[in-house]
Design a protein around this ligand. Structure first.
Ligand SMILES: Cc1cc2nc3c(=O)[nH]c(=O)nc-3n(C[C@H](O)[C@H](O)[C@H](O)COP(=O)(O)O)c2cc1C
Length: 214
């Protein structure tokens, strides 16, 4: 199976839906809180999201069109990435409804906005175990290889504050089995964490393996 997404419709090849969102998965979900210049709090999920640098920490998410979140970030230069967790999936789903910019999605989803530590505008979500305070670093409007504009933008944030709930810290480590982060698959599918296992990096040059890897 091969197709060129620029010119071919995967549905014409037998897929029921465009499979793209199922191909780079699972994706972590940034549940992003912002505030508009007019002072309205906003909360929405974004799964085209990841950490893009460890030290110093930076995050990136992409917005398909200029949505309220992007507009608020442009207005205030701030956002908070809140961890989406399995127990909050119903509220997360409520918050993705395309409410107008005058609607506070915290209220609509029955959630609590609390003040961030280093940010002046964007609130953080109280119910989540991890919140990451970010200042806008840059917005990159995506272009094709030929330089034609497309409707998506990549938004980069410098991390300026990290909240971790004591309840998910065990023996000095963040215990993700306790946090139960939610991830996005393709279609309408979500996933929790599977089994967690540890792999130590090689201390010497790895021995040649005989495929298949085992
Ligand atoms: C789990 C999930 C992940 C999403 N990821 C994205 C994304 O990465 N980019 C995007 O533009 N919209 C994404 N959406 C859709 C937005 O959440 C939706 O358009 C929302 O209304 C935007 O809210 P806002 O206008 O308040 O920013 C996602 C929705 C869900 C449920």
């Amino acid at each position: 199976m091969f197709y060129d997404p620029r010119s071919e419709d995967p549905k014409a090849l037998g897929f029921t839906h465009n499979p793209w969102n199922a191909l780079i998965a699972p994706r972590p979900i940034a549940w992003i809180s912002t505030r508009s210049g007019a002072g309205v709090a906003n909360l929405a999920p974004y799964s085209f999201f990841n950490a893009v640098s460890g030290a110093p920490p930076f995050v990136m998410f992409s917005s398909a069109g200029r949505k309220d979140t992007q507009r608020n970030i442009e207005e205030t230069g701030e956002f908070v990435v809140n961890m989406a967790t399995e127990d909050l999936v119903a509220a997360l789903n409520d918050s993705c409804f395309p409410f107008g910019p005058d609607v506070d999605e915290f209220q609509r989803a029955g959630l609590t906005a609390v003040a961030a530590r280093h940010l002046h505008h964007a609130p953080r979500l109280e119910e989540t175990p991890v919140s990451i305070e970010c200042r806008l670093s840059q917005i990159v409007e995506l272009k094709t290889a030929a330089g034609a504009p497309v409707r998506s933008a990549a938004i980069f944030g410098e991390v300026v504050g990290i909240h971790v709930d004591e309840r998910i810290i065990r023996n000095g480590r963040v215990d993700l089995a306790l946090a139960r982060p939610l991830s996005r698959l393709g279609y309408m599918d979500y996933a929790g964490l599977g089994p967690i296992f540890e792999v130590l990096r090689p201390e010497s040059e790895p021995q040649e393996r005989v495929a298949p890897y085992g």
